[in-house]
Write a protein that binds this ligand. Sequence first.
Ligand code: SF4
Length: 375
Amino acid sequence: MNQLNLSNHLNNLNEQKDKILFSFPLYPPLELFHSMDLTTLVLWGLKNEIRSTQHIYKHIQDYVCSIAKHLTEFILNNGNKIDFLFSYNACDSLRNLPEIIKEGLKEQDYHLPSFHIHLPMNSLDRKYTEEYLKDEFTHLISSLEPFIPNKISFKRFSRSVELFRELRDLKKGLEDLIVKNDYSYINYIKSMEACKYLSNENQIRFLESKYKEFLNKNTSKSTNKVKRVILSGILPPPPKIVHIIEESGLKVVGNDIAKYTRSLHYTPPKGSFKTIEDYYLKFYQNHFPCPTLLYTTDSRIPLLKEMIKQKEANGFIFIGEKFCEYEYFEIPILEKQLQDENVPMLDLEFSAEDIKNYEPYRTRIDAYSEILTTK
Ligand code: SF4
């Protein structure tokens, strides 16, 4: 399958006359947008698709992460091809981006309808924050309704939820299968990337075909004595980095990556919600902990320790996104706590410019592998 890039994908969607909604950060109400027949593009990790960020520097500082840089560049260059923008509050880098982007587009005479919800970050299990979040969704639904042909229905929404549940389960299951049957973890990253711009139904078909491909145990490698590691970070590492990790003798057995496990972990169970607002309250209350969801941060370290235990991991590799304030607040604390559990951490950092030359990482990965194997 030829992998689409976002620009081509956008052109195809324009030709099909889809209603396109650009969204950030990473955990938007996808099921709701799907039930409204909106094609949602979550702009997260466009490093391989944006070669230059020359247009953004009059709008944002140089010292922001690649995610903020690339999504701003992409929207400012493609504002005339999209219909709506959706955002919710996250880190400081993204907080004011919707206004900055809208102003940038206004300079090009393009007025983009945009929608926003505020996710309470202190705690989501107090009565008043629960009510507040539900009100945010009621308001979002009523703001979107005038822009879509059909009234929003709970029945359609529930169908979309089931589709996303199936998709998330397939993606989690594919990782388990690839790890269990001793295939390179690169297969998981490549599969996830290859289907990211397909419709849900085509993603399901694609993932089912991948299942068949990886169903049998890979007999070419014996991995019994290999040390096992978990990957963590906002973005997945480039396949070349995974290749270097595996060449150093380590086996990737799981991930705490925002774009993968943190996004796929939880869908509220069938029958546990009676309204769309109810669904999203449960969805965000039980979301896999992520430093960008401040109310989840207390539960992150215990959960990661549990994941390490369950995956029988010996090490933890942090794929740092340069200038990510949230992740870098957490990492020193996490590193210390994992050290106390005898799980050493390797801390790698990638910037917007790091797209090709990965060899300098090899020495550090090899040294880390040596530490793990001599433990
Ligand atoms: S959470 Fe970090 S990586 Fe994500 S947009 Fe904010 S600063 Fe960038």
